[in-house]
Design a protein around this ligand. Structure first.
Ligand code: ZN
Length: 163
């Protein structure tokens, strides 16, 4: 027996769909093809990031332009209930900012990919830029590590006593 009425079913379907939105899939498929390994929706982290790359200490948010208030033509506010939408979107923007700040405090880099940046005509550029950014982050993290190692070596040498 189907106990959901039409509206309930619609909402339910929408909720399921939002877990695997197409733009997120595009990013995931690209990353996988390029050899990046990631985890999905890690609930322990603030903001439940869509994609988590532990090795890169980086999370990726794939944001819908409307809901997250991107400054682009795909984010135009509906003509009715303007105040309601403005308030809702502003709240989302503030929450996003706070989430990124919290993640930064925990040592995580956050990358936001906007839905409009994954449209056919700009998709390749966006994904290449994403790959480039991830590689830069990896190098930067490793450089810091190597530097520490070198400093340790130097410190150790200075302590050597010559008789
Ligand atoms: Zn946008």
């Amino acid at each position: 027996m189907d106990k959901l009425n039409r509206e309930q079913r619609r909402r339910c379907m929408a909720a399921i769909k939002s877990k695997d939105t197409k733009p997120e899939l595009i990013v995931r498929k690209f990353l996988f093809k390029k050899g990046f390994r990631y985890r999905l929706n890690l609930n322990r982290l603030p903001g439940h990031p869509d994609i988590v790359l532990k090795k890169y200490r980086t999370v990726i948010f794939v944001n819908g332009c409307f809901w997250h208030g991107h400054d682009c033509k795909f984010a135009s506010i509906p003509k009715s209930n303007i105040q309601f939408w403005k308030y809702k979107i502003l709240r989302n923007q503030e929450r996003d900012k706070l989430t990124i700040q919290k993640l930064a405090n925990m040592g995580w880099n956050s990358i936001t990919v906007w839905e409009c940046q994954l449209k056919n005509n700009v998709r390749t550029d966006t994904l290449n830029a994403l790959e480039h950014t991830l590689n830069s982050i990896f190098l930067m993290n490793n450089k810091k590590y190597n530097l520490k190692q070198n400093q340790l070596k130097i410190a150790a040498e200075e302590q050597v006593e010559y008789n």
